[in-house]
Design a protein around this ligand. Structure first.
Ligand code: KIV
Length: 284
């Protein structure tokens, strides 16, 4: 495993070498430490944190302050992986200067190495402005969760020829605008493969099949960690939720039945202190 920090240039080289890129989300210090030590290439502080960590119904309520809070925790832990932070809903849809300021905060205060933005043609000017200022930008097209109410739900995108051609056009426009990579979410495998081979930047798929240059999944989905959604594209690698539930139930039971704490979990006073407290002949 490479020890030096992963750069955007390394990701481009992975694409050239046909070396698939592994991306996973993380939202706090312990999860970021574990996925970084496991050797993931990119950690995405996704605004999915709104749903899997903060309990919102969608990513829309997530604020800049929440993104910053979680990005700071992740970047404290990540020693090797490239940390990309999501720009939350409406943080890049006002003026270009406001978008630049928000992207800059994720890097200067959050210490992210790059930001991610959802959208196609309409965000090209914002991407250009941030890239000009030296901010690496990851694009995100296909199913863009911040537009869920406009899209009418979490549905597969680019299914007909016209929609597929639009996605391909947007991918090229974003590449031209300077993104270093592109997330492609919930798109038929054949469409995603065509987009991946048509752009020079690495395309990271989620629900976009095996033809992408890399894959991203949400930490809580991969681990079944209090994750209630079960989309077709998620592969579950562990059942951490059950492990936690069983362990906490056992703890509750031990406390209630007096099995915890046992002698080995307790500190003990000296003989002299015990005698002073309890008097002669009384033992703990
Ligand atoms: O917010 C997120 O976690 C994402 C990924 C699902 C790509 O955008």
């Amino acid at each position: 495993m490479r020890e030096k920090p992963v750069s955007t240039a390394d990701l481009r080289k992975c694409k050239q070498d046909r070396q698939p890129i592994a991306v996973i989300t993380a939202y706090d210090y312990p999860s970021a430490k574990l996925v970084d030590e496991a050797g993931v290439d990119v950690i995405l502080v996704g605004d999915s944190l709104g749903m899997v960590v903060l309990g919102y119904d969608s990513t829309i309520p997530v604020t800049m302050e929440e993104m910053l809070h979680h990005t700071k925790a992740v970047t404290r832990a990540a020693k090797r992986a490239l940390v990309v932070a999501d720009m939350p809903f409406l943080s890049y849809h006002g003026s270009l200067e406001e978008a630049l300021k928000n992207a800059g905060r994720l890097m200067q205060e959050g210490l992210a190495k790059a930001v991610k933005m959802e959208g196609g043609t309409e965000i090209v000017p914002v991407v250009k402005r941030c890239v000009q200022a030296g901010i690496p930008v990851m694009g995100h097209i296909g199913l863009t969760p911040q537009s869920v109410y406009q899209l009418g739900g979490y549905k597969v995108q680019g299914k007909d020829a016209q929609a597929a051609a639009k996605l391909l056009k947007e991918a090229k426009e974003l590449e031209e605008a300077g993104v270093f990579s592109l997330v492609l979410e919930c798109v038929p495998e054949e469409v995603a493969a065509k987009i991946s081979e048509s752009v020079s930047v690495p395309v990271i798929g989620i629900g976009a099949g095996a033809g992408c240059d890399g894959q991203v999944l949400v930490f809580h989905d991969v681990l079944s960690y209090a994750s209630t959604i079960k989309p077709k594209f998620v592969k579950r690698y562990a059942d951490v939720g059950s492990v936690i539930s069983q362990a906490v139930s056992a703890y509750i039971d031990d406390v209630r039945t007096g099995r915890f704490p046992a002698k080995e979990h307790s500190f003990h006073a000296s003989e002299e202190t015990i005698q002073a407290l309890y008097g002669e002949g009384v033992k703990s």
